[in-house]
Design a protein around this ligand. Structure first.
Ligand code: ADP
Length: 170
């Protein structure tokens, strides 16, 4: 049997990049020859951080991994995988919360590109309940988020807060 090219794509919003994301990227980097972390540039999702900032913080958080590169993209993940000749999409899976949406996405991607596999890595126990949204929620109320995000993200968030949008007038 022929061995597939050992390259994987790990896509996500990373708004912001957390220790849960870092853990998945590090584990993927051990499994594959090279990993492309792809930061989704989709303004429709109305991210807190602009794409340039998400890219920079993700890059700084993964600088210790020689076989990992970080790019931005704004189309279908399977097209990005094809462009990079990557045969695997990596997704992180937290208990319960991710299952349905991830299943749906994996099924869609399988139909779009049957030769690309989605590989789920279970979130580590300590990251099961960690999400970018929760981090933003705490930061909004001036809470310390440094235990949940890599150092570059913690440093950034000390001076930048994802304030709640102002309520609109009636
Ligand atoms: P998306 O908008 O694509 O879901 P996210 O940045 O929220 O982007 O997540 C990117 C990937 O990382 C997803 O597969 C998600 O399930 C996974 N992920 C998010 N948080 C964690 C975590 N705490 N532990 C492991 N995987 C996670």
């Amino acid at each position: 049997m022929q061995t597939a090219v050992q390259k994987a794509i790990y896509p996500g919003s990373f708004d912001p990049f957390t220790l849960g994301h870092q853990d998945i990227a590090e584990r993927a980097a051990r499994l594959f020859t090279s990993v492309v972390v792809a930061v989704v540039n989709n303004p429709k999702k109305q991210p807190w951080l602009p794409i340039e900032t998400r890219l920079q913080l993700t890059r700084n958080s993964l600088a210790h991994l020689e076989n990992v590169t970080v790019v931005d993209f704004d189309g279908l993940t399977v097209h990005l995988a094809q462009a990079h000749q990557a045969g695997t999409l990596i997704r992180g899976l937290r208990a319960l919360s991710d299952f349905e949406a991830e299943c749906m996405m994996a099924q869609m991607n399988q139909q779009l590109a049957p030769d690309i596999e989605t590989l789920f890595l279970m979130a580590s126990l300590e990251h099961q309940f960690l999400s970018s949204s929760a981090v933003k929620e705490v930061a909004c109320c001036h809470g310390d988020v440094s235990r949940w995000v890599p150092k570059p993200v913690a440093a950034y968030m000390k001076t930048h807060s994802p304030l709640r949008p102002k309520p609109t007038a009636l």
